[in-house]
Design a protein around this ligand. Structure first.
Ligand code: NDP
Length: 329
């Protein structure tokens, strides 16, 4: 069996994490009933946390990070998949406790895979990647909760990032009035469909438990005092989908908005979302996402760029989505 390349993280004696692009043999892979030749992965915030060891994302070493990929089945004993099927993977601990997508090959459980949606090619599916699929989960969460989502403003934070940019476009395509909160250039967000863009520097952090009611719903990717401010600004009966911590994992708030304004704070996780939820999210992306924006939001990188990308993403410097071509190393 032929060797393949992978970006591997190892922990040395002093607990320092090192990285290298390594030649591996298929016999080095972990257990699974499906072998996949990977074409593309993508660079997600969690990969930045993992590669820099900022949070304990990696559960064991050595590990191949990369929480998503698309590719072709080369061998399968799982009843849902056969040789030459095109598949995508998001989450399930891949790139954390099971070898991940920054590799030319993967072996994993067929239970974790879904078929590549027909409308997307390998690269497009990874421009969307875990961030875009999470954006779809967030949009569905608020859409299912608010009966007339088009009647009022919806706020998206970290709007130029992976989750934010896809969420802005999905909402805009549904006819929703989107306000984007961003530290980047406004035109990028207007082009994705935002109706209004608030510069991060002019967003006032509120310490009041109840501030002026502004949004019927919000998708928050940054956490911390931005999320606590939004909680105090959500309108009566409104909802916030909380999915990220790009600013902070901390949250200081009061019960007042919950008990006096009937608001909901809904957590959204993509990693262990059920098969049905995944399918619904990918179908939604197929039907609603503007394919033209994928070219505008993408950057192409290879395995050798991963370490540098990790630092950039944690510094909030990345705009849109970064695809990793695993054949570029
Ligand atoms: P990105 O790095 O692509 O985007 C994050 C964006 O947040 C940045 O581009 C920036 O946008 C904004 N931001 C960064 N730092 C700060 C800061 N200090 N203060 C305010 N805003 C900041 O990441 P993703 O969009 O891929 O992911 C966003 C978050 O969602 C991450 O925390 C990630 O871990 C989480 N996530 C969670 C998932 C889940 O299953 N729960 C799945 C996927 C992602 P701008 O300049 O426009 O403000």
């Amino acid at each position: 069996m032929k060797n393949f390349k992978a970006f591997v993280l190892e922990k040395c004696v002093e607990n320092k994490v090192t990285h290298s692009i390594t030649d591996l043999n298929p016999s080095d892979l972990m257990e699974g009933d499906v072998d996949v030749k990977i074409e593309f992965s993508s660079f997600n915030f969690k990969d930045g946390l993992a590669v820099t060891n900022t949070l304990p994302i990696i559960k064991k070493y050595p590990m191949i990070p990369g929480v998503d990929f698309s590719g072709t089945v080369i061998k399968s004993s799982h009843s849902n998949f056969k040789k030459n099927d095109n598949v995508i993977l998001n989450g399930w601990g891949v790139g954390e406790s099971h070898f991940g997508g920054f590799s030319q090959m993967a072996r994993l459980s067929g239970e974790w895979l879904i078929k590549l949606p027909e409308k997307f090619n390998f690269e497009q599916s990874m421009i969307i990647g875990s961030a875009g699929y999470t954006a779809a989960l967030c949009v569905l969460r608020i859409k299912d909760y608010i009966k007339d989502i088009k009647s009022d403003k919806v706020l998206v934070t970290g709007a130029s990032g992976g989750v934010g940019s896809i969420a802005v476009n999905l909402l805009a395509k549904m006819g929703v009035k989107v306000t984007a909160l961003s530290g980047k250039d406004k035109d990028f967000l207007y082009n994705l469909g935002a109706e209004e863009v608030i510069n991060r520097d002019s967003f006032e952090i509120s310490e009041k438990p109840l501030a002026k009611q502004k949004w019927i719903a919000a998708i928050d990717t940054v956490g911390g005092d931005v999320l606590s401010t939004i909680i105090s600004e959500i309108k009566y009966d409104g909802i916030i989908a909380s999915t990220g911590l790009a600013k902070s994992h901390e949250l200081n708030t009061t019960v007042f908005p919950f008990i006096l304004r009937n608001i909901t704070l809904a957590g959204v996780d993509c990693v262990y979302a059920s098969y049905e939820k995944r399918l619904k999210a990918w179908n939604f992306l197929e039907s609603k996402l503007d394919l033209k924006i994928l070219e505008r939001i993408k950057s192409n990188k290879g395995l050798s760029d991963i370490n540098g990308l990790s630092k950039e993403i944690l510094a909030g410097k990345i705009k849109g989505r970064t695809v990793i071509n695993v054949n570029n190393y």
